[in-house]
Write a protein that binds this ligand. Structure first.
Ligand code: PLP
Length: 372
């Protein structure tokens, strides 16, 4: 199997598996219990927290662990709205956001929140003039992702943060596809991340919160995370997240350069006839979303069972619905259907990528001939 679905999830790093092992076996204590074992587990969680915080590169805030980035995003959105006082009650987001943001925003709109979903241009980027026109003293929060999960496009977050802050609004970014892959923008007040996209375990995410901008709690109970998020933390998952973050931080230049080379290899090997979806310039190069006229992407995936790649987001796959991201770029239904997403990274070798891209290109040409 050649794994080319790095946006859906990433393979666990061996260092991460090793770091987690004792916490899955003999070190089972509750990190919130006062016993010596409990203290040891709590200390390991604090080390992990520092590792994640350091890897974000962000200053002036803290990380709270959550059960997923989806939870972190729900918390950031709902908790910020709940905490708001005065006349600020508007939320602005973008049409290409992940469902964890869009669906939560829609839910908030159902509760009476004034929601604006801004369109993107054909490159998949938010037009800053459009945003400027929407920013007024009623805007509470602007939520824009850092790197898009379907098309890899990077949003102009530094400018977005400056503009939003000038208007007195907070900024939330879904940095799930960016953390551990590209340098994070320092502007946002709330940043959601996930361990399993950086070679860590599934079932743990985090919300970085600028001091003083913490949202009201979403999950109530024991208040284990700084009184803001309840539930017994898993030392194994936290330690795994910390180890993955440390590794990503240490290897950042190596991983980044490797991904740049893989991108060039993939483009060259696929050959002519493919059009990249989204900006070529403003993007993370470990995500290659491309279309080919007449291609049936789903059929291609079925034909190449031993290569794992996808049509778009893992959450949207199987729904049968055309990708909302590709539609937001202005692609029609046929163009969206003819698109595939290849995701590669740290453990992808040049050779396996060449082999897989050759087969993808050959099958695409075969489809063309059969359908002619
Ligand atoms: N946001 C983006 C951009 C994602 O790609 C994902 C995962 O696919 C999520 C949010 C949700 O992350 P998690 O799986 O940790 O809930």
């Amino acid at each position: 199997m050649t794994y080319l679905d790095y946006q859906a999830t990433t393979p666990i790093a061996p260092e991460v598996a090793r770091a987690m092992h004792p916490w899955n076996e003999e070190k089972f204590a509750n990190p919130h219990s006062p016993s010596r074992w409990g203290h040891e587990a709590a200390a390991a969680i604090e080390v992990a927290r520092k590792q994640v915080e350091k890897a974000t590169g962000l200053k002036g805030g803290t990380v709270a662990f959550t059960g997923s980035a989806t939870e972190a995003l729900n918390w950031a959105l709902k908790g910020t709205v709940e905490k708001a006082t005065g006349k600020r009650s508007r939320v602005i987001t973008v049409a290409t956001e992940h469902a964890a943001v869009l669906d939560t925003c829609e839910w908030l709109a159902g509760q009476g929140v004034d929601l604006t979903v801004l369109p993107v241009d054909r490159e998949g980027r938010l037009n800053l003039d459009l945003l400027q026109r929407e920013l007024d003293d009623r805007v509470l929060l602007v939520a824009v992702m850092t790197v898009n999960n379907e098309i890899g496009v990077r949003e102009p977050l530094t400018a977005i943060s400056e503009m939003a802050h000038k208007a007195g609004a907070l900024v939330l970014t879904d940095a799930v596809q960016a953390f551990g892959r590209v340098e994070l923008c320092k502007g946002p007040d709330l940043v959601a991340i996930s361990a399993h996209k950086i070679h860590g375990p599934k079932g743990i995410g985090a919300l970085w919160m600028r001091k003083g901008k913490e949202p009201a709690p979403l999950i109530h109970g024991g208040g284990q995370e700084q009184g803001l998020r309840s539930g017994t933390l898993s030392p194994a998952l936290c330690v795994g997240f910390g180890a993955a973050a440390k590794l990503a931080d240490e290897r950042s230049t190596r991983d980044y350069d490797h991904v740049q080379r893989l991108w060039t290899t993939a483009i060259q090997t696929l050959g002519p006839g493919w059009v990249i979806n989204g900006s070529k310039e403003h993007r993370y190069h470990g995500n290659l979303n491309a279309r080919r006229e007449g291609l049936d992407g789903a059929r291609l995936i079925a034909d190449l069972r031993d290569v794992a790649f996808s049509l778009g987001s893992a959450c949207g796959s199987g729904s049968g619905r055309p990708s909302h991201v590709l539609r937001a770029l202005g692609l029609d239904y046929k163009q969206a259907r003819s698109s595939i997403r290849l995701g590669f990274g740290r453990y992808t070798t040049q050779q396996e990528l060449v082999d897989a891209c050759r087969r993808i290109a050959a099958h695409a040409i075969l489809q063309e001939k059969l359908d002619a």
